[in-house]
Design a binder for this molecule. Structure first.
Ligand code: ZN
Length: 112
């Protein structure tokens, strides 16, 4: 049986939530940790090469995370206002549902 439009949206939203969890865990959390380490290193007056490497690694991790963190429909980073939205219910750019709730989507779940 082919997926209905509603099931398709649900699968897409669930897939996005898995992607979001993976990207945050793999790239954003370590990236932020490296940026924090960079601040600590500069406060502690660490050697310039060390500060440069730490900030470089953090920056690259955040860039990869931002590159991978995309709306499955419009392929752009979900955004709210000017900044990226890391807990979107729907895409701020194209309106695709990104966090599924049973009352989301079309009303074809009504009893017949
Ligand atoms: Zn979108």
């Amino acid at each position: 049986m082919p997926l209905s439009g509603r099931d398709y949206m649900k699968q897409r939203a669930i897939g996005f939530q898995q992607l979001r969890a993976r990207v945050i865990r793999t790239y954003f959390v370590p990236g932020m940790a490296f940026l924090l380490a960079f601040i600590v290193a500069s406060v502690m007056d660490a050697p310039a090469w060390l500060q440069f490497s730490i900030s470089g690694v953090g920056f690259v991790l955040l860039c990869i995370g931002d590159y991978k963190y995309k709306c499955p429909v419009c392929k752009r980073t979900p955004a709210e206002g000017d900044g990226p939205d890391f807990n979107p219910k729907s895409c701020g750019r194209c309106g695709a549902i990104l966090l599924w709730r049973e009352d989301s989507g079309a009303k074809d779940n009504q009893p017949v």
